[in-house]
Design a protein around this ligand. Structure first.
Ligand code: COA
Length: 162
């Protein structure tokens, strides 16, 4: 649990454009993404700037000591009743259980958000059926599977009550 204390989430800023582009270009990280085609820098830049300025998005950069280890995001519905989770870890930090710790911190951010708005929130995650580490992470983080068996993207939810 020491590592969890050391992982920090900060809201993404323009200075994180380059590192997020490096991650967006990484074919291994995008293997299970619904859109795994190469992304041009200009396309990423337009998307990134829009996201960090979107009032319905909380876009975080995760750091461990002096390293930027990955990113995670909550994309809220218009009424803030639901939020879809996206996340990735830099490949240098895979295999150490950090993805789970990052999701736990993201859930804490979501709880704060729900409490601040005094509104229950449903977190949603869509995970490719072959993405074993991510399937395991959401199960361990007490998300409930909501999709039928054998769907390409397994859907998970976790309700946050206030
Ligand atoms: C998803 C991701 C963040 C997980 O990374 P990670 O934290 O390094 O994951 P871990 O290696 O700790 O694996 C998580 C769990 O799955 C288990 N696992 C990993 N690969 C496995 C395999 N092939 N078979 C069985 N179990 C496996 C691990 O043992 C671990 O279980 P534990 O918590 O019981 O020890 C990382 O793979 C990533 O960035 N992927 C690309 C982006 C992505 O897929 N994002 C999620 C979209 S839904």
């Amino acid at each position: 649990m020491d590592q969890q204390k050391a992982i920090q989430l900060q809201l993404a800023q323009k200075e994180h454009l380059r590192i997020t582009f490096e991650w967006a270009q990484n074919a291994f990280l995008r293997k299970f993404s619904p859109n795994s085609k190469p992304i041009a820098f200009e396309t990423h830049e337009g998307w990134f700037i829009k996201k960090i300025n979107d009032p319905n998005c909380r876009f975080y950069i995760a750091s461990l000591d002096n390293d930027k280890i990955g990113t995670c995001r909550l994309d809220f519905s218009e009424d803030f009743g639901k939020a879809e989770i996206s996340y990735l870890l830099d490949p240098r930090f895979h295999g150490k259980g950090l993805g789970f710790l990052m999701i736990e911190l993201l859930v804490l951010e979501a709880i704060t958000e729900a409490n601040n708005r005094a509104k229950p929130l449903t977190l949603i995650a869509k995970v490719h059926q072959d993405n074993i580490p991510s399937l395991k992470i959401f199960e361990k983080a007490k998300f409930e599977k909501t999709s039928p068996e054998n769907t390409e993207y397994v859907e998970f939810k976790r309700n946050i009550n206030i």
